[in-house]
Design a protein around this ligand. Structure first.
Ligand code: MLT
Length: 207
């Protein structure tokens, strides 16, 4: 059953879980995506999990995003912080509305970047995060207590958008703040590959 509504601050889709052993997933789309994009991925990698999928509230032309950027890979730091707190507040509202445990974020590209920002600014709202094609959202990352948080980072060795050094810097930041980070670099570009699906699925099975 799909519930696509705008009764909280974010337009979002919600699918209730059918397997209580599964943690809910917070699905965060990439630039130009919407709340429907990652639902098939969520169903595939975590069958029976509740799926909460908001649409980013920033428009770049007609393309939804989760925060403003000034150029590719150059982020509006104040907007990023503001939008991160708004998304964290939405997650709290949605948890109360749908009676959900803290979700695991599964974010792709811009969605992975705001998931990383959630971890660093509002770690209490997530149980963990899978960051698919993420880069470091902050030039000077805040300190956070990430003890007990599992993070999977999947990067593409041929990704033309995310510099390898930047993904490595994010992995180091998260590890330095106490998260248990598994960072895999796949023979892939910016798009997801079959290997991403397999690794993500196996990692979520351990959650
Ligand atoms: C971002 O803007 O968050 C990253 O550059 C990835 C993207 O193109 O969305």
């Amino acid at each position: 059953m799909l519930d696509a509504v705008a009764t909280t601050a974010f337009i979002h889709a919600f699918e209730p879980g059918t397997d209580s052993a599964r943690k809910p997933l917070l699905l965060l789309h990439g630039t130009g995506g919407n709340e429907h994009d990652l639902l098939p991925l969520g169903r595939m990698v975590a069958p029976g999990a509740a799926l909460l999928s908001p649409r980013g509230q920033v428009l770049e032309g007609t393309m939804p995003r989760f925060f403003r950027r000034l150029a590719e890979g150059v982020f509006d730091a104040a907007d990023l912080r503001r939008r991160t707190h708004e998304l964290a507040d939405f997650i709290g509202d949605a948890r109360r509305r749908y009676d959900l445990a803290a979700p695991i974020a599964v974010g792709f590209s811009n969605g992975a970047n705001i998931a990383a920002s959630l971890l660093l600014l509002r770690p209490e709202v997530l149980a963990g995060a899978a960051l698919l094609r993420a880069m470091s959202p902050f030039k000077e990352p805040p300190q956070a207590d990430l003890a007990g948080k599992r993070v999977l980072m999947l990067s593409g060795a041929q990704d033309p958008i995310i510099p390898a050094t930047d993904a490595a810097r994010l992995a180091a930041t998260l590890t330095g703040n106490g998260a248990t980070v598994e960072h895999r670099i796949l023979p892939a570009g910016h798009g997801l590959s079959q290997a991403d699906i397999g690794l993500l699925s196996a990692w979520l099975d351990q959650a």
